[in-house]
Design a protein around this ligand. Structure first.
Ligand code: SRM
Ligand code: SF4
Length: 587
């Protein structure tokens, strides 16, 4: 423990990794960091720059923080010979996406006082702040801490925010799934006190004595690790995209346990066939009491066998792809000291959030509010942030962030329902849920101007794309049909675009790879239709396909299924520039 690793250990290599291959730079940063401390304190105290060192920038991720710069300002600042406009993004740790009204109010205040005014809901059910200047990070973390919130392990090579269905009060099964998700999230937290020392001024561990990370070890995981819990028939968390998934199985009116899935992941790089999105494999069935022991065995197998020499090949999906799912299953069973039962049958039929008013088994209500791209801000005629603040001021239940970047106002008593209805009506927000199903289902990642990896616009382009596509669907009577549309600014896949019936993946300014044909329930990936197309041409390409879908679809057939069956040839996964069998771009 605590050793400095310079080359890959046998247990840290994939089957085809040469023994001499050096470890990825991040491995040395982690092992030299004394459990995620590094030189963060000194870097934060350096007021000569708004930035921190590159090594510290890797370590802050484990504390939920990314250093970024405003890319809209880059060129102008460069011309003026000035430093980039550095700031930090902070991602809150919020397992299963639950926040109290008091916490909502604190986050609402901090966005504006110590960060950019808008709050951003993410595709993994949490809040992000953007635009936090270096000197404001510590006060912001401390104010969050007073509201019992933190950002530990929200990013970094660890088990990150655990996803779960957002409305547990809907049924006792959902409550149990939610409890299991929270339990696993707590169990898999790193044990280092670095966060408390650096941001909350807790006493330093005497003499920097080595701590122990019983589950992770001193170099944590080879790469990020994501877990999602789901209760069929809804696949709202996109369970097959998770490194580790638990699919709840209800039998005879009780939660019998979970089918366990492993090796999902979506990130890839354009033009690099060795990187690819992958759907998870199902290992088998376990009783609910075994969630943590199996989770630990999966995580530790990946810790020991994941590829630490190449971060583009380090996710669990590649470990499984290289060694085979049978090997992986046997290793997990050996470590857990138990065997999987045969997987139970599961049926998913949707990924959609529950919008609008819903009555719950406990007599209370919840209200699902659509928020385009999860962006909570006040705009002329659209005071989303103010409305949600007013609701938080009177609400006695809680808020649940959804996997589709929306919010559910949960646990509303019958007495409070009219008060919340009045606030929504006063600000015109009730109408938001009346928008087209295409819009209600649409996701986009953040991309420009904050994301350092963005190749194209995403969140800022989605309104224009919707404005072009909505009339096409409406014209053929499909305004209220559920179709999933997801956009990202690069192939990393943060809005899970490869599981969308229509996926736009940024390649360059106004150039997107266009994907079609995923199954609406998140159980089949889509296929590449055009590797590089601009929005205008993509809409021209899609228009006749949408017309054909309206005219030719089988009863109940989803748009993705139709594309998969009738538009995309079965033997092809790739078509060059903007043409696809059966679809001629509209004039
Ligand atoms: Fe992501 C990196 C935003 C969900 C795959 N993601 C990033 C960074 C931190 C960019 C960076 O590394 O510098 C983005 C920050 C942008 C910004 O300015 O805020 C970013 N990812 C997001 C969020 C905020 C998108 C959103 O609009 O909601 C989501 C935050 C989730 C959360 O709360 O934890 C987000 N990212 C995802 C998902 C979807 C999911 O997990 O369900 C994926 C695909 C699933 C997966 O992991 O395979 C995803 N993000 C990535 C990757 C590619 C990982 C890979 O295996 O290749 C990167 C790049 C990386 O890790 O090197 C990345
Ligand atoms: Fe940034 Fe790419 Fe993720 Fe979008 S998909 S937030 S552009 S890393």
């Amino acid at each position: 423990m605590g050793c400095r690793l310079l080359t890959a250990l046998p247990s840290q290599m994939s089957s085809d990794t040469p023994a001499s291959k050096p470890l990825a730079a991040n491995e040395n940063i982690k092992s030299a960091s004394n459990f995620l401390r590094g030189s963060l304190v000194a870097d934060l105290q350096d007021t000569s720059t708004g930035a921190i060192s590159e090594d510290s920038g890797q370590l802050t991720k484990f504390h939920g923080l990314y250093m970024q710069d405003d890319r809209d300002l880059r060129n102008a600042l460069k011309k003026e010979g000035k430093e980039k406009a550095f700031s930090f993004m902070l991602r809150v740790r919020l397992p299963a996406g639950v926040a109290t009204p008091a916490q909502w109010l604190v986050l609402d205040t901090l966005a504006g006082e110590l960060a950019s005014p808008s709050l951003r809901l993410t595709t993994r059910q949490t809040f992000q702040f953007h635009g936090i200047h270096k000197g404001n990070v510590k006060p912001l973390v401390q104010r969050m801490h007073q509201a019992l919130l933190d950002s530990i392990a929200a990013c970094g090579d660890v088990n990150r925010n655990v996803m779960a269905p957002p409305n547990p009060e809907q049924s006792a099964h959902l409550q149990r799934v939610y409890d299991d998700a929270r339990g696993w999230s707590e169990f898999a937290l790193p044990r280092t006190r670095a966060y408390h020392e650096i941001w909350l001024d807790d006493e330093l561990v005497a003499g920097g004595e080595p701590e122990s990370e019983p589950m992770y070890g001193p170099t944590y995981l080879p790469r990020k690790f994501k877990t999602g819990f789901v209760l069929p028939p809804s696949n709202d968390v996109d369970v097959y995209s998770q490194d580790l998934g638990y699919i709840a199985i209800v039998e005879n009116g009780a939660l019998a346990g979970y089918n366990v899935t492993v090796g999902g992941g979506l990130g890839m790089s354009h033009g690099n066939a060795e990187t690819f999105p992958r759907l998870a494999d199902t290992l088998g069935f376990i009783g609910a009491e075994h969630v943590n022991v199996i989770g630990q065995a999966v995580l530790e197998t990946q810790r020991d066998y994941g590829d630490r020499t190449n971060r583009k090949h380090a996710r669990l999906k590649y470990t499984i792809e290289d060694r085979g799912v049978d090997w992986f299953k046997a290793e997990v069973e050996r470590r857990a000291g138990m065997q999987f039962g045969p997987a139970r049958e599961v049926h998913f039929n949707t990924i959609e959030d529950a919008h609008g008013w819903h009555h719950c088994a406990d007599g209370n209500w919840f209200y699902g509010l659509h928020i385009l791209s999860g962006r909570i801000k006040d705009e002329a005629g659209w005071p989303m942030k103010t409305a949600l603040r007013e609701i938080a001021q009177i609400h006695t239940g809680d808020f649940r962030l959804t996997p589709s970047q929306n919010v559910t106002i949960s646990g509303i008593t019958p007495a409070q329902k009219p008060l919340i209805e009045a606030i929504l009506a006063k600000h015109g927000l009730a109408a938001e849920n009346e928008r087209s199903r295409l819009r209600l289902n649409a996701l986009s990642c953040v991309a420009l101007p904050t994301c350092g990896l963005a190749l194209a616009e995403s969140e800022r382009m989605l309104p224009d794309l919707l404005a072009r596509l909505e009339p096409v669907f409406a014209e053929v009577g499909l305004r209220n049909d559920a179709v999933s549309l997801r956009v990202t600014g690069c192939p990393n896949g943060c809005a899970r675009p490869y599981l969308a019936e229509i996926g736009f993946v940024g390649r360059a300014p106004n150039k997107y790879a266009l994907y079609l044909g995923a199954k609406y329930d998140g159980s089949r990936l889509n296929r590449l239709v055009s590797p590089s197309i601009n929005v205008e041409d993509a809409v021209k390409l899609l228009t006749p396909i949408i017309h054909r879908y309206a005219a030719e679809r089988h009863p109940g057939e989803g748009f993705g299924d139709f594309c998969d069956r009738a538009v995309l040839p079965a033997d092809a996964t790739f078509h060059s520039v903007g043409t696809v069998a059966g679809a001629t771009p509209a004039a």
